[in-house]
Design a binder for this molecule. Sequence first.
Ligand code: ADP
Ligand code: MG
Length: 620
Amino acid sequence: MPDIINLLPDSVANQIAAGEVIQRPASVVKELVENAVDAGADEIIVVIKDAGKTLIQVTDNGKGMSTTDARMSFERHATSKINQASDLFALRTKGFRGEALASIAAIAHVELKTRQESDAVGTFIVIEGSEVKKQEAVACAKGTSFFVKNLFYNVPARRNFLKSDSAETSAIIDEFERVALTHPEVSFTLINNNSEVHRLEKSGLRQRIVAILGKGSNEKLVPVEEATDYVKIKGFIGKPEFARKTKGEQFFFINNRFIKNAYLNHALIRAYDQLLAPDTHPAYFIYFDIPPHAIDINIHPTKTEVKFEDEKTIYAILRSTIKRSLGIYNITPTIDFDTEATVQINPLRSDESVKAPSIRLKEGYNPFAAPGANADLKRHNTIDDWQIPDPSAFKTDHPAKGAAPLPNQTAFLLPDEPQETIESSLDELSGEPIKKTPYQLHKSYILGHIKTGLIIIDQQSAHERILYEKYIRQMAHHQSYSQQLLFPLVLNFSSNEAELLNGILPDLHALGFEIESLGKGTFGVNGIPPELKENEVQISLDKMLNELRQQGELRTGKKEFLARLLARNMSVKAGEKLTEEEMQHIIDELFACELPYHSPGGKPTLITFTLEELAKRFRK
Ligand code: ADP
Ligand code: MG
């Protein structure tokens, strides 16, 4: 019997492999643009004709290739990006498989012009169906240009399966935008059949997103930021009221690589909770930065799927981060007392422990550090009901005995054993001081006992009032309190924002911000108001600038306006759990205010129910 096994010629092997990497013109665009980014280009131009079927041209001003490398780059498994298997776990580049160019060259007519800065002349290579047709020296600009013509000319089956030109073009635009969204520091241009689809200048992330989404989108975005030991998250989410019927504007990026992930999408949507109208989808642009060794991007050739070492942890962090951003931007709904809300009380089952419906990672609390806490996290995780347990819930101060209701779901139930916390400044309201412990209702309202009946304080409005008066005093007396940062922050703003920011620097200084302009939209922050958390500085300033811009001409003085903005930013929000001390503090401070009854924005800070009113309501 003769031997029958042959090694496939490279051209055939490449063609087979190409099927995995290059499915449609958009795949070529993705691979070439990613290569350009990996080559350190800061200007990338993509030109397509006939949905990329006739021509895809990608030109960059990156580092270029030597003549040998240019020739080598078309070999399968030729890559400059990894040397050994262990490099796979420290990847920061987009490519690494060394398959793209080999694949493209197997199924198209490809021309390459490339020159390194140090070389006098560049290299020109023509390759068709994996066969080098021409290689010569050429005068060309620094960087690399690929011309990919007649895609799938030798794979008719593939060619016939391509969709309409508009569908293929739209897929190309998607791929182009995904890369552009991860590299705002690179300028990108996309030209389709001689008309310009995108010209994206170098910018900050926010401006890049806005440039892609289009005019008017800036106001719709809320910044997101979180940094834990395990993962850093940044980006923007759309305000719920701008959620759309389509899912087009949803992007997750891991280490600057676009990915799809239904599980994380679920976390994000859950964070919006009740805020979305039915069948609408919020926009999001979420960037995860995670140590490369904690993910495996190697599971799919087109690499939009990613396997995480610990997906549940990311789920938890993402959800709480989004919740917090929605909360900071004050777009979580507040409970309306006028509506006849029915309070649902779910008795605890005997096998159930108390889960605090808290959404906030406590500062300094790292649920992933201690193995015990981590186990708890996992135990509580199901896809449908993901509550991040608040550690304090496990040493509950309202012990849930038997079938007692959850503390947060108890309406109007004042503690039985009041301590004697006496608040004499309430005298004027009630004629007699409070002698009971305050109680927090739905993490939004502070309930107190007064002689004449019941007082309900809106924690957020009250705290806004307290902070507002404090800031006004500070500004009037030029005595700001500032918390010095160990490591100064460097923040970047658009030229528009920088302009505004420069105009309010003295006022911000009076409010406790030590900020200086470093030029070109960059600012250094050395100190911040003590109430402000370091990781919320950018968000707060963004928000202030945004409001300042929208406001245009100010009706009140600038100082009042800023004090109000900062107070609103800094205040505790509805939905935040307060300790007894914090509640007492708010009560104390509120009644020390000059105008305790209204927030700076004019909302009531408190309402009272007299015993008579209550009695009347219970009378049949
Ligand atoms: P990978 O990106 O996975 O390494 P590719 O087949 O996409 O594999 O590219 C092979 C190699 O060719 C790259 O590793 C890189 O060294 C080189 N290369 C490709 N495109 C460019 C470019 N635009 N500029 C400079 N070098 C490039
Ligand atoms: Mg590549």
